[in-house]
Design a protein around this ligand. Structure first.
Ligand SMILES: NC(=O)c1ccc[n+]([C@@H]2O[C@H](COP(=O)([O-])OP(=O)(O)OC[C@H]3O[C@@H](n4cnc5c(N)ncnc54)[C@H](OP(=O)(O)O)[C@@H]3O)[C@@H](O)[C@H]2O)c1
Length: 106
């Protein structure tokens, strides 16, 4: 994040964080709970979000439900089960092949 400015958002306009959140954010746990809400808010702010999920079907449904309300959402779903090293390696390899930057891990 904007390293030395991490507390400077206090009292600033709502879009202040958007100027910090550039590039690609890798957001785990986006199919429910705090991860889902984080994905929704990041999409609302026009951030590029890659959502690694263990259930691709559930992930695509979440992506669609967010896109219904936020048509310009930049969301991508990829398969990842963090309890499996094999899955982690496969995910890393596929992510690298995309040639995307990785700016923030959440
Ligand atoms: N510091 C704090 O104050 C605070 C407060 C709240 C939460 N947290 C932390 O934030 C995280 C999320 O909490 P939460 O309550 O929203 O929900 P949670 O039940 O802890 O996490 C649910 C999400 O994690 C995914 N997930 C679980 N196991 C996975 C695996 N092996 N591979 C890939 N994804 C997996 C689930 O995917 P599926 O849909 O496939 O099940 C779902 O999207 C937790 O680590 C929690 O401890 C911290």
């Amino acid at each position: 994040m904007c390293s030395s400015q991490q507390t400077e958002h206090i009292g600033k306009p709502n879009n202040y964080f958007s100027t910090c959140l550039t590039g690609v954010i890798l957001l785990s746990g986006a199919t429910s709970g705090i991860g889902l809400e984080t994905a929704r808010v990041l999409a609302l702010r026009g951030v590029n979000v890659v959502m690694p999920v263990r259930n691709l079907e559930a992930g695509e449904k979440i992506k669609e439900s967010i896109a219904e309300k936020i048509p310009n959402a930049k969301l991508e779903v990829m398969e990842l089960d963090v309890s499996s090293l094999e899955s982690v390696r496969k995910f890393a390899s596929q992510y690298c092949q995309k040639g995307l930057p990785l700016n923030i891990l959440m």
